[in-house]
Design a protein around this ligand. Structure first.
Ligand code: SAM
Length: 273
């Protein structure tokens, strides 16, 4: 019988943020595939776990992937971990997961810390809908394309960034986000954890002081939503909200607000239909 592939989240700073289940799985599996074996060894030593480690990172992903698949096919259970947080989220993982699916190997998530989710939930910015975009590309053309995308997204946007690139990234963002809210979530779960909720000019001014790991949360472009809605016919506009399960009165109020018009006019229109 084939083994199981466990995708195990590990802490993003505070070592208490590992689940009891994650510890049990790490103890029970035959082998742990780790992004950086030295980093994972520190974690395992802390919890007094001794286990065979295999390095699995971006630069050896294809070759090590096949080795892991072989082991799984031979009945060994494998846990995949990254340096911190959830594997596969701006971290290696995808490739072996895709191969495991092809080989009909069972894949089991073991949930835990993830920087983007924790940054988002405490940001104070809309959590109902969001787009995670990882790190902005360094390549100029691709970066420009991503920035253009951010400019026109009406959902909350989440970015990862390294401290030495934060100033440059904030400057690029300034060109496209106008007055939209922005929050920097820094050193989550660590001693110097901080949520910086200023405007973008203030953030740029103080950028030299922002050390450690950080996540950027940007408010969606609400104007896009308005423009999109007012370009619909009144019926389409009605259906847009109707599909969200709103009552007739709520829909009429929202339509009037979107179109900056009197709610009675909208009401009369639908009454006459
Ligand atoms: N897989 C990880 C996760 O689940 O969040 C992310 C790995 S990615 C290579 C590293 C980036 O995640 C950092 O550059 C930073 O943007 C973000 N990050 C990781 N730990 C963080 C922390 N403690 N506080 C703020 N951001 C963090």
């Amino acid at each position: 019988m084939a083994g199981k592939l466990y995708i195990v989240a590990t802490p993003i700073g505070n070592l208490e943020d590992i689940t009891l289940r994650a510890l049990r799985i790490l103890k029970e599996v035959d082998v742990i595939a780790a992004e950086d074996t030295r980093q994972t060894l520190k974690l395992l030593n802390h919890f007094e776990i001794t286990k065979h480690l295999i390095s699995y990172h971006r630069h050896n992903e294809s070759t090590k992937c096949e080795l892991l698949i072989e082991k799984l096919k031979n009945g060994e259970n494998v846990a995949l971990v990254s340096d911190a947080g959830t594997p596969g989220i701006s971290d290696p993982g995808e490739e072996v997961i895709k191969r495991a699916i092809e080989e009909k190997i069972e894949i089991i998530p073991v949930p835990g810390a993830c920087a983007m989710i924790n940054a988002l939930i405490c940001s104070g910015i809309d959590t109902k809908e969001f787009t995670f975009m990882g790190f902005l590309p360094l390549n100029k053309k691709l970066r420009k394309e991503k920035l253009e995308e951010i400019k026109n997204i009406n959902k909350t946007i989440i970015l990862y960034e390294a401290p030495h690139k934060i100033k440059e990234t904030l400057k690029d963002l300034k060109e496209i986000i106008n007055k939209r809210k922005i929050v920097l979530a820094r050193e989550l779960t660590k001693i110097h954890e901080e949520f910086i909720r200023g405007n973008i000019e203030q953030l740029i001014e103080n950028a030299e002081n922002y050390k450690g790991e950080m996540v950027i949360i940007i408010e969606g472009n609400n104007e896009i939503k308005e423009n999109f809605l007012v370009n619909l016919s009144l019926e389409e506009h009605f259906n847009f909200y109707n599909n969200q399960g709103l009552t007739k009165n709520e829909i009429i109020r929202k339509i009037a607000k979107d179109r900056k018009t009197n709610k009675n006019e909208i009401y009369q229109y639908f009454l006459a239909k």
